[in-house]
Design a protein around this ligand. Structure first.
Ligand code: ME8
Length: 508
């Protein structure tokens, strides 16, 4: 048992949330739930990034103030967390007064340590990234992320001596080969550092929508500096006692590759300057793509997962995310493949397994889960595969292989379905093989109980419904990962009637 602090990026409120936001939040939730099952002390943070040019522009376009705009949009982002059934412990807004005060103290520390100086900045600026580019970084003269033409800008700014941290950052990377995962993202970030780091501008003179620089209130702090500090500020003022000592350094910051440089270089540079430990790991997952291109709010090519969630509940979406796209890689998503997976894997594989098991226990044993008389439960042919699956899935989840662990779990679902075919309980019943039938039905119920533990991080609602149908309790202790051990099925369980877990989607 240890502590585990996982974060999502804080999302921009310039536009409505989309599937990419739901994806990272879901991934972080899977990991948070799993670590709670291990008995770890978990803190899971998500929230919104509300300052900066992008948000100010979005507000202007709507004819409202940036503050009004943010207040209206934040509800939609909170709703994403609720809709995907995320168990975040806190939701941070960068407009929270406590965050603002902490950011000011943080940058003041960097300033007092001699890492901030005044200079003038000019360059090609992409308003969508809120970042300056050099000609070399552009693709055909356009922003590589947003496909828009950056404009030339010049202003007097405060600069952070990132260059002074180049060696220490490189050393940290070399000493911590797991600092950024997966490995190719680590290589990318380290090689960027090794190419040489320029100092970065950390304030804006022309923008009003931001946190004032504490020693010069005519400027606001660059939105990325403001935003990154959320991971620390939240620990100070999330309800309850100050959590910094308990949870810092963060175990995992999760995100996609678009913001790797900010998290892998600027954030550790700022932390070193202000005298904080660096996060243990960054996990960079891939992009969900629709029609072959990266989805982004600026491009407007977004797939809306929320009607799917409203219709089918959060679990099919959560399941689909890690089944369809190998976690850590880019992958295509779409409603058609969602429906195909739903029918073949959720309705057929898992849904049928439960409904067959429950209906046979109803039919052959009056609704009471039998206890095999002629052998101890441990002798079941399913015991070894089930415990093996639990062990492998645990290692995969600890290693952030969210798709690998789900595949391992699904192997067990398929194994249980094969067991039904092999044992053919209907034949056992017909032939009057009382002990054999008891063993079969008991094993299926026990297999499903064990699955309810393994599936909990991915499909918490489904996992609860499986337990309900089997007459099992559904409290946190029952979901402890240590319960994924064969032979713990309580005696005398009475199954409950219920609707199918996943009614098939009929083609339109
Ligand atoms: O960058 N596939 O906010 P943002 C997968 N405010 N994940 C995606 C995705 C996609 N197509 N699109 C977005 C910001 N994401 C800053 C972050 S943190 C201190 C500040 C997810 O609203 C992914 O996690 O643009 C990506 O890194 C993040 O949303 C960007 O969210």
């Amino acid at each position: 048992m240890g502590t585990f602090y996982v974060t999502t990026p804080i999302y921009y409120v310039n536009d409505v949330p989309h599937i990419g936001h739901a994806y990272t939040t879901t991934a972080a939730d899977v990991v948070a739930r799993f670590h709670r099952q291990l008995g770890d002390d978990v803190f899971f943070l998500t929230g919104t990034d509300e300052h900066g040019n992008k948000v100010a522009q979005a507000a202007t376009a709507r004819g409202v103030t940036p503050g009004q705009h943010a207040d209206e949009m934040v509800g939609k982002f909170k709703e994403v967390a609720r809709k995907v059934d995320a168990t975040n412990d806190f939701f941070i807004r960068t407009t929270d007064p406590e965050h603002k005060a902490f950011v000011q103290r943080f940058v003041q520390r960097c300033h007092d340590n001699g890492d901030v100086y005044e200079g003038s900045y000019s360059g090609l600026y992409c308003p969508a990234c809120e970042a300056y580019y050099t000609e070399d970084n552009l693709v055909n003269g356009l922003c590589p992320d947003h496909g828009i033409r950056p404009t030339f800008m010049e202003e007097k700014n405060y600069f952070f001596r990132l260059s002074a941290y180049q060696e220490r950052l490189a050393e940290h990377y070399r000493a911590h080969p797991d600092f950024v995962r997966p490995r190719h993202r680590y290589n990318e970030a380290l090689s960027f550092i090794e190419q040489g780091l320029d100092d970065i501008s950390i304030s804006r003179a022309t923008l009003k929508w931001g946190i004032p620089v504490p020693w010069d209130e005519s400027q606001v702090i660059y939105v990325w500096v403001d935003a990154l500090i959320n991971y620390l500020s939240a620990l100070h003022y999330a309800p309850g006692e100050d959590l910094v000592a308990r949870f810092w350094p963060a175990t995992y910051h999760m995100m996609a590759q678009d913001i790797l440089k900010f998290h892998g270089i600027i954030w550790p540079g700022l932390l070193l300057s202000a005298g904080f430990e660096l996060p243990e790991h960054l996990f960079i997952h891939g992009y969900l793509k629709l029609g072959g291109e990266k989805m982004s709010k600026t491009r407007g090519n977004v797939m809306d997962p929320f009607p799917l969630i409203d219709h089918y509940g959060p679990d099919p979406f959560r399941f689909y995310c890690f089944r369809e796209v190998n976690f850590g890689q880019d992958g295509m998503v779409g409603e058609e493949s969602f429906r195909a997976r739903y029918n073949s894997e959720l309705a057929n594989d898992l849904g049928n397994l439960l409904s067959r098991t429950v209906s046979m226990i109803g039919k052959y044993r009056d609704g009471v889960v039998p206890v095999p008389a002629d052998r101890t439960a441990v002798d079941s042919p399913l015991a070894a595969p089930a415990e093996r699956a639990a062990g492998i899935a645990r290692r995969q989840l600890e290693d952030m292989d969210l798709s690998g662990a789900l595949e391992t779990i699904w192997d067990l679902v398929r194994r249980l379905n094969r067991y039904v075919e092999e044992q053919a309980p209907w034949k056992q019943a017909k032939a009057g093989e009382v002990d054999a039938l008891d063993a079969t039905l008991h094993d299926l119920a026990e297999g499903l109980r064990l699955l309810s533990v393994l599936l909990h991080p991915y499909m918490p609602g489904t996992s609860g419904r499986i337990r309900e149908r089997l007459g099992l309790r559904a409290d946190p202790i029952a979901y402890a990962w240590s319960e994924a051990t064969w032979g713990r099925l309580p005696l005398g369980l009475r199954i409950q009637a219920g609707e199918p877990l996943f009614p098939r989607i009929e083609s339109e």
